[in-house]
Ligand binder design. Structure first.
Ligand code: ATP
Ligand code: MG
Length: 257
């Protein structure tokens, strides 16, 4: 079973953070022990889990620089029922500060090794770029989960990401696989969505999750309340979609074992 997943796409605003927070909460709702790592200086996954990024004392930044360990930095999200290693704008400095560190692409992997056994799933919310932070996520992860919108340029961006995954596999992390592609903010009535969807399935086959995440206003509202959508409105289409995604992932994992 692949349990350390980097939720990544260098394209911005495709639903990485929404997926990280709501998948974490949905997996937790099915009694999985979940750790969410916020690896984006925007700190959106932190805020969306109900943790105020402005008052965080120890964050993933301190962990990467070796100034704190994972158990010191993690906090519990009461609304999501999972643990979070928070991030805030300090993390933007990490790339420069890690320049002289040996094996700087492996800081996250090494830090995770100390807590890995305590969790069934570890999700890493990546920033919208292919920088050192993302490379740390790709080195630490066993697989990538790629949220994407079915738009005209989506496939182009995807091929860059697939190339990056290949390079990381060759040079740094031979284990790394593509766990799945998740269609987000999906509008089944749009012809373009259907076309891009068909092309995705042609290229990636059953790596494309059957579950699609519809555009749903409750998903967009939940972060302003600092809660996953499951807590805000469990009957909403968004909540049901992320529960279905968690179910699909668990079924896939069970089928492999
Ligand atoms: P970034 O690249 O900046 O980190 P991201 O890929 O993490 O962005 P999100 O922050 O999850 O993307 O989503 C971008 C915006 O779209 C947010 O305002 C979010 O609330 C909204 N959004 C995400 N998914 C949905 C959805 N299924 N329905 C409606 N709104 C959504
Ligand atoms: Mg994000």
């Amino acid at each position: 079973m692949k349990k350390i997943l980097a939720i990544t796409n260098q394209k911005g605003g495709v639903g990485k953070t929404t997926t990280s927070v709501n998948l974490a909460a949905s997996l937790a709702a099915t009694r999985q022990r979940v750790l969410l790592i916020d690896l984006d200086p925007q700190g959106n996954a932190t805020m969306g889990s109900g943790i105020d990024k402005r008052t965080v004392v120890r964050s993933i930044y301190h962990v990467l620089l070796g100034e704190a360990n994972m158990s010191q930095a993690r906090v519990h999200s009461a609304s999501g029922k999972f643990d979070v290693v928070p991030a805030n704008r300090e993390l933007a400095g990490a790339e420069i500060e890690l320049v002289d560190v040996e094996h700087r692409e492996r800081c996250l992997k090494d830090a995770l090794a100390t807590v890995e056994a305590e969790y069934d799933y570890i999700l890493i919310d990546c920033p919208p770029s292919l920088n050192l932070l993302t490379v740390n996520a790709l080195c630490a992860a066993q697989a990538v989960l790629i949220p994407m919108q079915c738009e005209y340029y989506a496939l182009e961006g995807l091929s860059d990401l697939v190339q990056t995954v290949k390079k990381v596999r060759e040079h740094m992390n031979p284990e790394l696989e593509i766990e799945g592609l998740l269609r987000t903010m999906y509008d089944p009535r749009s012809t373009l969505s259907q076309q891009v969807s068909a092309q995705l399935q042609q290229h990636f086959g059953d790596k494309v999750y059957r579950t699609v995440i519809p555009r749903n206003v409750r998903l967009a509202e939940a972060p302003s309340h600092g809660v996953p959508v499951l807590e805000l409105d469990k009957a909403s289409k968004g909540a049901k979609a992320y529960l279905a995604l968690a179910g699909e992932m668990l079924n896939r994992a069970a089928a492999i074992q």
